[in-house]
Ligand binder design. Structure first.
Ligand SMILES: [Zn+2]
Length: 75
């Protein structure tokens, strides 16, 4: 016999959860900025990267957000 448990999965807001981090990447040359909790660090890096590489106009921000499955009632 199998029993199933309901889980509610969502962003991990527990105090021990890992922080949400952001990493900016240049889509032209694949260079990465620093991984940081402050999102402004990525945009500041992109501005510096663009100044050093005038053709590199497009960037992509990678956000890492922890999720947690909250156990619920058994069915
Ligand atoms: Zn680049």
């Amino acid at each position: 016999m199998y029993r199933f448990r309901e889980y509610k999965i969502g962003p991990d807001l527990r105090p021990e959860a890992e922080p949400i981090t952001s990493t900016m990447k240049c889509t032209t040359c694949d260079a990465s900025g620093p991984t940081a909790e402050e999102f402004e660090e990525g945009t500041e890096w992109a501005v510096r990267h663009l100044k050093a590489n005038p053709g590199h106009l497009e960037h992509r921000e990678h956000i890492t957000r922890p999720y947690w499955a909250e156990p619920g009632a058994w069915q």
